[in-house]
Design a protein around this ligand. Structure first.
Ligand code: HEC
Length: 203
C-alpha cells in the first residue's frame, strides 16, 4: 500500500516538474507583476502628477514636471506597457503566485474554487476566474498596455494633457481587472442586522 502511495507521489512530482518545465522560465507570476512592477510604476506616475497639479487640480503645470520626471514617466510607461502585453499574451499560462509569494487577503478566502462577490480570493480561485474568461483578462491587460504606451508617447512631446488623463484614469485601469479577477473595491451592502447592531453616530 505505502509503495503504491510512494509511486503515486513520484508520478505526480514528475507530472508537476514536467508542467513546470513546459512553462517558459521567464514568465513572472501575476503577484510578481503586481507587487514589483505595476504598483511601483503606477505610484511613480501618481507622485509626479500630484506634485504638478495646478491650483484647481484640473490640469498640470509644465514647469512642475522636470526633465527627470519625464524620463521617469517614460520608464514607468514602458514597464507598464511591457508587463501589460505579457499579461495579455497567454492568460491561462500565468501562475498567480509562486511559493513564498503571498496574495493580499488570501488568508481570508473560503475554500473551494468559487468565491462569492465580496469574498477574498485565494490564488486557486483567481486562477479559476482567469481560466473561465481569458478574453476579458486579455482585454484588461491590453488597456493597461495602452495606458503605458500613451505615457511613453506623452513623454516624447512632454504632453501634459495626456499625462494628466492617464494618471487620473490609471486607478480605474487597475480596478477594471481587479474587480472581475481578484475581488471588488466596493464595500458589500450593509445587512439590516449589521446596520441595527451599529451604534448610532452622535456628534
Ligand atoms: C489584467 C489584470 C490586471 C491589471 C490590469 C492589474 N492587475 Fe493588479 N492584480 C491582478 C490580479 C489577478 C491580482 C490578484 C493576485 C495578487 O494579489 O497577486 C492583482 C493584485 C494586485 C495587487 C496586490 C498584490 C498582493 O500583494 O497580493 C496590487 C498591489 C496590484 N494588483 C496593483 C496593480 C496596479 C497598480 C495596477 C494598475 C497600474 C494593476 N494592479 C493592474 C490583475 C491585474
Amino acid at each position: 500500500m505505502s509503495n503504491r502511495v510512494g509511486a503515486l507521489v513520484v508520478v505526480s512530482v514528475m507530472a508537476a516538474s514536467a508542467a513546470l518545465a513546459a512553462q517558459p522560465v521567464s514568465l513572472p507570476t501575476i503577484n510578481d507583476s503586481m507587487t514589483k512592477v505595476l504598483s511601483v510604476n503606477a505610484q511613480t506616475i501618481w507622485d509626479i502628477s500630484s506634485h504638478a497639479f495646478n491650483k484647481r487640480g484640473d490640469g498640470l503645470v509644465a514647469s512642475k514636471v522636470t526633465a527627470k520626471d519625464w524620463q521617469q514617466v517614460a520608464d514607468a510607461g514602458r514597464q507598464m506597457q511591457e508587463r501589460g502585453l505579457l499579461l495579455a499574451k497567454t492568460p491561462r499560462a500565468l501562475v498567480v503566485a509562486g511559493p513564498g509569494e503571498q496574495v493580499m487577503g488570501a488568508e481570508a478566502a473560503h475554500g473551494g474554487l468559487k468565491k462569492g462577490t465580496w469574498d477574498a480570493a485565494s490564488p486557486k480561485q483567481i486562477k479559476a476566474l482567469i481560466d473561465a474568461n481569458p478574453a476579458l483578462f486579455n482585454k484588461r491587460a491590453m488597456i493597461l498596455a495602452t495606458a503605458g504606451s500613451d505615457l511613453v508617447k506623452a513623454s516624447k512631446t512632454r504632453n501634459l494633457k495626456v499625462l494628466y488623463r492617464v494618471s487620473s484614469e490609471l486607478d480605474e485601469v487597475c480596478d477594471g481587472c481587479h474587480q472581475p479577477f481578484w475581488g471588488t473595491d466596493e464595500p458589500p451592502p450593509m445587512s439590516k442586522a449589521l446596520a441595527a447592531s451599529l451604534p448610532t453616530l452622535k456628534r
